[in-house]
Each structure stands twice: as structure tokens, then as C-alpha cells.
Design a protein around this ligand. Structure first.
Ligand SMILES: NC(=O)C1=CN([C@@H]2O[C@H](COP(=O)(O)OP(=O)(O)OC[C@H]3O[C@@H](n4cnc5c(N)ncnc54)[C@H](OP(=O)(O)O)[C@@H]3O)[C@@H](O)[C@H]2O)C=CC1
Ligand SMILES: Cc1cn([C@H]2C[C@H](O)[C@@H](COP(=O)(O)OP(=O)(O)O[C@H]3O[C@@H](C)C(=O)[C@@H](O)[C@H]3O)O2)c(=O)[nH]c1=O
Length: 299
């Protein structure tokens, strides 16, 4: 089965390439700029058509949450218009699309974990552009899976785990918000879920499983708890450690507002696809171990 994925250097794209490398049943092709530029709609259909996908994975996005507040037009053109064109091109080729979205579509005032039936109401330009992207994808290609994930980390690109390990080297203490709750998710677990759901869709194309799903690491924490666990794990593996101080959102002003609660219920994905992402602490340990090993090897 040939998967064509948008983006080349993103966390999820690189994790997908790595996970598919050892599998005979998947051939993954990554398309990035300049041949596929989500901000240039005219590049999208030709690049996707030439790559001959059985299924398209729409993983590229404008992900700079604070910067998006200053560049709303670009964020919407990439995350909404561009995503819509990807889904439309896939439909014309006859391919389903798996599109990635975010917990930041919710406003965070809810109490428990959000389900797919809860009403999104984004607080940020990034969240609003991703919600508009969900609508554009669903309209352009009825054969879609929209996977909302959260707090993604990996050995690749920019993410919270890498930031904390870097800050720990020369800070005596890191102050981190303790009043925003969610589910840290390894990009490798997202990649595994994409491969699993792609195989399910391919094996049973008439199966009514298209729609919106939540897919995140099992277990919840806040950013401060996440930071503390990263650093304790790093210390246990011989890496950098520093203390973490709990602060509140008002002590850490940012351009974009983030939800106080963006926990995602993954029950629907589990019940339809028969799979649950591992506990976030287990997956995080593997990523920290790999980052420390790569650092020791000078990579
Ligand atoms: N990171 C997170 O915490 C979360 C991410 N998500 C969603 O998951 C998906 C994957 O995220 P993640 O892997 O972390 O993203 P990254 O930020 O790691 O990578 C984004 C990718 O998108 C590419 N890209 C950006 N703009 C364009 C463009 N105009 N045309 C083509 N490609 C472009 C980037 O290319 P280049 O390398 O050239 O810049 C990069 O390869 C996204 O849809 C994101 O919204 C959802 C929840 C959490
Ligand atoms: C670096 C740092 C961040 N923070 C806070 C700011 C913010 O509230 C929270 C997370 O910060 P970051 O900016 O690293 O993460 P952020 O860019 O908000 O991460 C989001 O990215 C997008 C793409 C998503 O889709 C989301 O699911 C989510 O993962 O931690 C601290 O309190 N102290 C710190 O030293």
C-alpha cells in the first residue's frame, strides 16, 4: 500500500517514515516544499497525482502556535485552504485521506476528557485554522479520517521534550505552567496509529469508519508534570536534570491563548480500530533515551 504524506521534516512525517521502513506492506513517500507547498494551491494536485497514492496522509501544517497570532492569513492558507486542496486532490485520485488535527480546537473550559461529540471553540488562530482545516477536508473528501492528537513530541523537529532537556543544561530551575492539562503523545504512537488505521481502511474500504477521532497518549498531566517527568527520566538515564517550579498561566504570558483542559477521550478510536496508544510515560522514556544516546554520539 502506497502512502503519500505531506511534509518532509515534520515530527509525524519522520516517525511515519521510520516506522514504515521495516514493513513490507507499506511504501511511504514524503512530499514537501518546493514541489508541494500548502500555501501555493497550484502545486498540490500535480505533486499528489504524480506520487500515485493509495491513501494520502495530510500531516504538514503551520504549527507555530504563538507566531500564528501575527500571521493569521498564512496559518489559514496552510492549515485550512491547503489542507482542503490536499483532500480534494486525494478524492480526485480516488484515495482516502488521513488528516491530522489538534486538541487546540477546544476552548478548554470543559471538565473531563473531550469526546468527538463535544463542540470545538478554539481560543487561538492556530486552533481556529486547524478547525477550519477539518471542515475543508471533510467537505472535499467524504473518505476522510480526521485524527485529533495532542502535545506531540519525538526525537525530531521542535517539541517540549527537546526544549526541557536543553533548558535543563544551564538553568537552576525551570518555571512551567501547572494549570493546563492534556495528553502528551509520542509521534511514533501517532505513526503506528496511522499505519494501523490505513491498513484497516485499505482492507475494508466500504466499512463506515470515516469521520473524526481523538488519538493521544494514555494518561494525563499538565505541562509542569510533563516537564518534571522528562527531567527525572533524563536524570535516571544519566542525562541533564534541573528542578521544575509550578506556575500559573498568568505567570507565563504568551501571544496565543491555550486551553486549560484539552484532555482527549480516545474511546472511539479504540472501539472502532481496536487499538490504544501506550501510556505517555513509557513512550516518553524511549524518546528521552534516544535523544540522550544521539547526543552522546554527537548527532
Ligand atoms: N506538534 C504538536 O504538538 C501537535 C501537532 N498536531 C498536528 O499534527 C500534524 C503534524 O505535526 P508535527 O509533525 O508536530 O509538525 P511539525 O511542526 O513537526 O512539522 C510540520 C511540517 O509541515 C511542513 N509545512 C509547514 N508549512 C508548509 C507548507 N506551506 N507547505 C508544505 N509543508 C509545510 C513543515 O515543513 P518544513 O520542515 O519545510 O518547515 C514540516 O515538515 C500537524 O497537522 C499538526 O497540526 C496536532 C496536535 C499536536
Ligand atoms: C518552554 C516553556 C513553556 N511553558 C508553557 C507555555 C505553554 O503554555 C506550554 C507549552 O508550550 P509550548 O509552546 O512548548 O507548546 P505549544 O506550542 O503550545 O504546543 C502545542 O503545539 C501545537 C502544534 C499543538 O497542536 C498542541 O497540541 C500543543 O502540542 O508550556 C512554560 O510554562 N515554561 C517554559 O519554559
Amino acid at each position: 500500500m502506497r502512502l503519500v504524506v505531506t511534509g518532509r521534516e515534520g515530527q509525524v512525517v519522520r516517525s511515519l517514515m521510520e516506522r514504515a521502513y521495516t514493513r513490507r506492506d507499506f511504501d511511504v513517500v514524503a512530499l514537501g516544499r518546493p514541489e508541494l507547498d500548502l500555501a501555493k494551491p497550484e502545486t498540490i494536485a500535480p505533486a499528489l497525482t504524480a506520487a500515485r497514492p493509495d491513501l494520502v496522509v495530510s500531516a504538514a501544517a503551520y504549527t507555530a502556535v504563538d507566531q500564528a497570532e501575527d500571521e493569521p492569513d498564512l496559518a489559514f492558507s496552510v492549515n485550512s485552504t491547503g489542507a482542503g486542496h490536499v483532500a480534494a486532490a486525494a478524492a480526485r485520485i480516488g484515495a482516502p485521506v488521513i488528516h491530522l488535527s489538534t486538541d487546540y480546537v477546544f476552548n478548554g473550559s470543559g471538565e473531563g476528557a473531550y469526546t468527538e461529540d463535544d463542540e470545538p471553540a478554539p481560543r487561538s488562530v492556530y486552533g481556529a485554522s486547524k478547525l477550519a482545516g477539518e471542515h475543508a477536508v471533510a467537505k472535499a473528501n467524504p473518505r476522510h479520517l480526521i485524527l485529533r492528537t495532542a502535545w506531540v513530541y519525538s526525537p525530531f523537529g521542535r517539541n517540549f521534550v527537546k526544549t526541557m532537556l536543553k533548558l535543563a543544561v544551564d538553568r537552576d530551575e525551570i518555571a512551567v505552567v501547572a494549570d493546563q492539562w492534556g495528553n502528551p503523545t509520542s509521534a511514533f504512537d501517532v505513526a503506528d496509529a496511522i499505519l494501523h488505521s490505513a491498513a484497516t481502511l485499505h482492507g475494508n474500504m466500504g466499512f463506515a469508519s470515516f469521520g473524526v477521532y481523538h488519538l493521544a497518549g494514555t494518561g494525563e498531566t499538565n505541562w509542569s508534570g510533563f516537564a518534571r517527568h522528562i527531567l527525572v527520566t533524563s536524570q535516571a538515564l544519566g542525562g541533564p536534570y534541573t528542578a521544575v517550579k509550578d506556575i500559573s498561566t498568568s505567570d507565563y504570558p504568551t501571544k496565543a491563548q491555550r486551553p486549560a483542559n484539552s484532555r482527549l477521550s480516545t474511546a472511539k478510536f479504540t472501539s472502532v480500530f481496536g487499538r490504544t496508544a501506550p501510556d505517555w510515560r513509557m513512550s516518553m522514556k524511549e524518546v528521552v533515551r534516544r535523544l540522550l544516546t544521539e547526543k552522546r554520539r554527537g548527532r
